[in-house]
Structures are given as structure tokens and as C-alpha cells.
Design a protein around this ligand. Structure first.
Ligand code: ATR
Length: 284
């Protein structure tokens, strides 16, 4: 539908932003729900971040999704943070409020909703999960898994010290027991779920080559990478008979709270939405 003068406005801020799938995603929901609103890509250089946001808020924008390299500036700009943004230490959603921008993080929600959809809400309660990686996405994954009642989270990373430091930075903040180690300590025994959070496997790069043979039969593997949809890791897990979940699901689910904050409707993750995004990913 065409926009009126009172259309609701939102967008995604990045530098660059051309690769973002968020306009396609939110555009699908705007059409589905017949909302008088627009969601636009906003290419904003780091030096222009705060004054651009100031101008856009003055122009009536309801909020923004924030991606690389602005996540830290967004955290600093927010007058308040929700519990997830505070726990994760990063903001991917800025919502305009009466007294300034509220910083939120929807990545942990996106992963929790994905795992709930594919494995069931109680499937991980009391279980042990492994996370491969120790970066920004890992922080969101720890928060999500802790929220799902996982009893123990083991971090494995190429640089072991980063995994150890990340685990200790959450000390006292999670109900789950946390530990960090290098890949040489990797073992799949007792692991109900692997969450892969590094960039290995993206585009044409090889996936991490860690063994999956000692995982229990009912275990699952989630890969945060969504391009390609089936990474080397997921292909190997599928061959091994394990349950696999790709990163596109997390991308779809993490957008739900953002859309609701901007446009006032809680949207659904549907097969039609996923099909449209798969097409966009494949360049069509
Ligand atoms: P993000 O915010 O996307 O999580 P990040 O904070 O830069 O990104 O973290 C990148 C993660 O991917 C790190 O765990 C990094 O491992 P190191 O800590 O050892 O650098 C990991 N990583 C990136 N490329 C990798 C590769 N080719 N093999 C193994 N790990 C890789």
C-alpha cells in the first residue's frame, strides 16, 4: 500500500548496509499486515552516527535496528537498556521513547525462539550445551541458553583465553555453570546442543572441523551462519543423523520484537516469509 503523511517510520543503520536482509524482512510484514509504514536501509558512517540519529528521531522515526559497526555506539547512546542488552553488553535495537532512545537486544530472544520452535520449550532444561566461538554472538547465545534452563554451557574457541575470559565475565550472572576452553579440549560427550557462533563456514570459507562422532544420538546443532543456509557443519551433522537448525531462523525470529516496537503489531514467522528471505539470500 502507499504511504500516508502519518506513516510509521523505522530502519536499519549500518556501514555498509546494502547486504542487510532487514528491509526485505520488515517489508514483507508491512505488506502482510497492511501497515501504513516504511522500513528503510540507512547507510550512516561511524562519524555521523549520533547526529544522524538525532535528525531521524526529530523527523519522527520510531526506532532503528543497528548493525556493524555501530553496536557499541548504540549502546552508549541509549538512555536506558533492557535486561538482555545489559547482560549481553550490546544493542541491536534502539526504540524512540519520550525521554530518549532505549537500547534493546533481540539476538538472545531470536535464538531462544528458534530453539523453542525446533526443539521444544523444555528440550534443553537441565542439559549441557556447547558454544563454539567467543565473540559478540556468543554473549547473546549464553543469555539465551541460560534463559532456556540449560544447566551447563561450555565455550570452545580458537583463542582459548577469550573463551575463559568470556565465561568469567558472566560469573554470578547465570544460573548455568559456565566454562571456557580451546578446541583441543572439545568433546561432544553429554552435549545436547552445539551452537556455532564464529564466522567460519560463511560464504566459501570452510566450517570448523571438530568431530561430531561422540555426540549423543538425540543431539542438535545450530549454526548462526545463514549464508550458505546449509554450512559444512550442518551438512556433517545431518549426515551423522543429528537434528540441524540454520541461522536464517534466528535472523527471522530476532526481527519480531523490533517490528512490534516500531509498528505495534507482533508479527509471525511464517513459511512464506522464510521463502522470500531464502530467495533474497540467493540474490533473487
Ligand atoms: P561476532 O560479533 O560476530 O561474534 P566477533 O566478536 O568478531 O564476531 O567474534 C568472532 C569469533 O569467531 C571469535 O570467536 C573468533 O575466534 P578468535 O577469538 O580465536 O578470534 C571466531 N573465528 C573467526 N574466524 C574463525 C575461523 N576461521 N576459525 C575459528 N574461529 C574463528
Amino acid at each position: 500500500m502507499s504511504l500516508t503523511g502519518s506513516a510509521l517510520l523505522a530502519g536499519v543503520i549500518g556501514w555498509p548496509v546494502g547486504q542487510s536482509l532487514s528491509p526485505a524482512l520488515h517489508g514483507h510484514w508491512l505488506r502482510q499486515y497492511g501497515i501504513d509504514g516504511a522500513y528503510v536501509p540507512l547507510a550512516i558512517a561511524p562519524a555521523d552516527f549520533s547526529r544522524s540519529i538525532d535528525g531521524l528521531v526529530r523527523a519522527g522515526f520510531k526506532g532503528f535496528n543497528v548493525t556493524v559497526p555501530h553496536k557499541e555506539s548504540a549502546f552508549a547512546l541509549a538512555v536506558r537498556h533492557d535486561a538482555a542488552a545489559t547482560a549481553i553488553g550490546a544493542v541491536n535495537l534502539l526504540v524512540t521513547t519520550a525521554d530518549g532512545l532505549e537500547g534493546r537486544n533481540t539476538d538472545a530472544y531470536g535464538l531462544a525462539a528458534t530453539l523453542t520452535q525446533h526443539l521444544g520449550a523444555e528440550a534443553l532444561r537441565g542439559k549441557t550445551a556447547a558454544i563454539w566461538g567467543a565473540g559478540g554472538t556468543t554473549r547473546a547465545a549464553i543469555h539465551a541458553l541460560d534463559g532456556l534452563g540449560v544447566a551447563e554451557i561450555r565455550l570452545f574457541n580458537r583463542t582459548p583465553a577469550k573463551a575463559v575470559a568470556l565465561a568469567s565475565s558472566f560469573a554470578g550472572k547465570t544460573a548455568a555453570k559456565l566454562s571456557g576452553a580451546g578446541y583441543d579440549a572439545w568433546s561432544g560427550r553429554d552435549v545436547a546442543l552445539i551452537v556455532h557462533t564464529t564466522s567460519a563456514g560463511m560464504k566459501q570459507t570452510p566450517s570448523l572441523d571438530l568431530g561430531l562422532d561422540d555426540l549423543p544420538a538425540g543431539a542438535a546443532v545450530f549454526d548462526a551462519v545463514y549464508n550458505p543456509l546449509e554450512t559444512g557443519l550442518l551438512a556433517k551433522a545431518r549426515t551423522r543423523g543429528l537434528k540441524t537448525v540454520d541461522g536464517l531462523w534466528m535472523l527471522l525470529h530476532q526481527a519480531v520484537p523490533s517490528f512490534e516496537a516500531f509498528f505495534g503489531v507482533r508479527p509471525e514467522v511464517t513459511a512464506a516469509l522464510r521463502a522470500e528471505l531464502v530467495k533474497a539470500l540467493q540474490g533473487g
